[in-house]
Design a protein around this ligand. Sequence first.
Ligand code: SF4
Length: 84
Amino acid sequence: MEKRFCRRCLLDEVFEKDEYKNMQEHIKNIDNQIKTEEHEYKRRLELCMECDNLINGMCKICGCFVEMRAAVNKNYCPHIEKRW
Ligand code: SF4
């Protein structure tokens, strides 16, 4: 039976363990000078999870995986209202 996902899932719920591990590894290795602080990162992802544009971990507006986009401090939400 095909695995079903919540429309607003983040990637940890969408991808298989190994795929997600690779992404986490990539995020972990982002240079601290450009990386989003943990508290702000969590805040961003919480806002994404409440957003109708989040589909299977990806933002419908920009096509980015939000966990990757949110991890870089200078990035911002592409929504016209800039949710973060
Ligand atoms: S529009 Fe902004 S808040 Fe919504 S999913 Fe995209 S990045 Fe997240």
